[in-house]
Design a protein around this ligand. Sequence first.
Ligand code: ZN
Length: 377
Amino acid sequence: MSETVDFDGLKQKLPVAAFFEQVMGLKAKAMHSDSIRFSGCPACGLGPPESVRTSVKTTGGKTRWHCFRCEEGGDVIDAAAFYWQLEVPEAARRLAGGLPSMGSTIRKWHIRATEAKSKETPRDEAALREVFAHIRGSKLPPDGRVMEYLAGRGITADVAKEAIKRGVLATLPGNPARAKEWLFDVVGHELLVKSGMLRPDSKVPAICYRPLACFTHNARSAEFRLIRKPQSAEEVKLLFYGPMFPYFWANEGSNDYTIVEGPIDLLSSIVLGTKKNVIGVPGAGRWRPEWFKNLSGKSVLLAVDGDEAGQRAVHKANGLLKVMTDVGANVSVLTYPEPFTSVTPEEDWDVNGFLQWKLSQLQQQQRNSSCGEPSTR
Ligand SMILES: [Zn+2]
């Protein structure tokens, strides 16, 4: 085919959001002032309708999509290439044929440019670290509701307490009013604002509702997590403060490493009894090669999510596997056993999903064996 396609013209004519709506059949959620969100991604598939997977936003006159799950993204042609599994020129040609309702009902998206946001006071990293130090040094006992949430995900009290001792984990009071009181008493209004954790026009820091705090190596950054399911698509499950950095759990005397996604999977692998050092990358596609430069000659197990997005992040051209091979690590990739994957939805093919499956197997065995025992009157 020698037909030429006007790429720029195409991008102008076809809003990214229209592709998500009309081709992928998704409903737009207008969430923040500067972006719209969808429950599906052209690269890694569709999530439940109430979930949020991708964001579409306009910066400097260009509209792009980004997937929070697989970290892919791009313009409308990239979306088409992923979705139709075509090479970019082919995808562009197919797009040039038009969307179902081209020229009639394509919605006009009024997305405020992000420039407005950048006028906010930049976060003060030193202040942020000071807040983290207060939270990690809290004299309060581990919060019962947070511990209950962790137990529900299979994280034992022993591992949670050890994580608190190591400064990997901390809990705020599970009651938001008490969390607020504690933050204002101990950290103080000024430092909360300075650190960017309290907007000057707001009364309550958003972390009050997210009392499970997990800290990256040397507490350079932290995530704060809800201890229940989000109540709506608008509710943000976790907030992240500080630079992108890995979570880390050292196992004394071990020269081997496991790489997992995020702090819950890190704690889950400790509960599962790993004797290796565990590195928790923020996501299968969210890491920097320089984090791994000391892994030369070490044995490294990649235990990131087993779903398509996780595996693509491992195997793609500049993925985790390539980076590990390049630093000279002796790398292997974890495969989840079939008895687990056959009964588990793909989105739970991760270390925590595996832990929860193991625990349910154990419970089942106990139930079976106690049924078989003679009953006593
Ligand atoms: Zn995706």
